[in-house]
Design a protein around this ligand. Structure first.
Ligand code: G1P
Length: 282
């Protein structure tokens, strides 16, 4: 099963990303997929059998929900990355569909849940982009030992902790902790301009022998200022088993009905682990 179809609480990761994009006013959504990911296209299509069954049982609510999931015809576009050459290559595969305007990139395994009363993260970024018209990456501060899991931003000058924007003077993909220029890590939300496609088209390989989006963005900085954006919200790394569980827990606890049943259970579990009667590791 494609990892994008893993369900967090009650919907697949890919749906969170698509809803986030649509809430930011993004109307055309391009999927760069690969072999075995046909399920993604089906998920956003009508399912007549299910609709008939729901109608027959007078389940109007769920019926509306599944119909709302399907975007306007022609607004979902699919292309394939036929070789696993890296994120930069995946983005390049969409070049003809993107055309010559700015575009956003959302990596569905990074589930980004907005802070209380904050708009969805892509909306936060689009609002900034309206003012700046410069490429932008979402960033968060990570532990020094974790820099080798992320693209890391090299800030130009002192960073002002009060400002959400950090002007970059460089970007490095997955630097070792002792070589990282900062602890500001890129997470899977970007707004880019189409000049990136020529740079990606040079097919230069970087960290891990892959064509890295981070490296092309570092080159793009010769033409455009590039900003890191400290978003309001929490990012869950759903490509990681623990991050995935955290996302399920955090999002379930946001819903009152689930919270009322989950909290007593969690307290019970905590007590069990704290008094040492639970099973030891492994
Ligand atoms: C990709 C990017 C990396 C970024 C990360 C965010 O890495 O290459 O720059 O920090 O996504 O999740 P991946 O997680 O695919 O190795």
């Amino acid at each position: 099963m494609p990892k994008e179809m893993l369900t967090v609480v009650d919907k697949p990761l890919v749906q969170y990303a698509v809803e986030e994009a649509r809430m930011a006013g993004i109307e055309r959504i391009i999927f760069v997929t690969g072999r075995g990911k046909e399920m993604l296209a089906d998920h956003f299509d009508y399912v007549p059998e299910l609709e008939v069954a729901l109608k027959g049982r007078n389940r109007e609510g769920p019926l509306q929900q599944i119909r709302a999931l399907v975007p306007t015809a022609g607004c979902l576009l699919f292309t394939r990355q036929n070789e696993p050459l890296g994120l930069g290559h995946a983005v390049w595969c969409a070049r003809h569909l993107v055309g010559d305007g700015p575009f956003a990139v959302l990596l569905p395994d990074d589930l980004v849940w907005p802070g209380l009363n904050a708009p969805p993260v892509m909306q936060q970024m689009c609002d900034q982009f309206e003012q700046l018209r410069s490429p932008m990456v979402a960033i968060m501060t990570v532990a020094q030992r974790e820099t080798d899991k992320y693209g890391i931003l090299d800030p130009a000058g002192e960073t002002d902790a009060a400002s959400p924007l950090v002007l970059a003077k460089g970007l490095v993909e997955k630097p070792a902790p002792d070589l990282a220029p900062s602890r500001l890590a890129i997470i899977g939300r970007y707004i880019l301009t189409p000049e990136i496609f020529d740079l990606l088209g040079q097919r230069k390989t970087g960290a891990g022998g892959e064509i890295q989006l981070t490296d092309a963005m570092a080159l793009l900085m010769k033409q455009h200022s590039l900003y890191g954006f400290r978003f309001q919200g929490t990012r869950f790394d759903c490509g990681d088993k623990v991050g995935f569980q955290m996302a399920n827990l955090a999002l379930a606890l946001e819903q009152k009905e689930m919270r009322e049943r989950l909290l007593p259970f969690l307290n019970e579990q905590l007590a069990l682990w704290n008094d040492g009667s639970a099973r030891p590791d492994g």
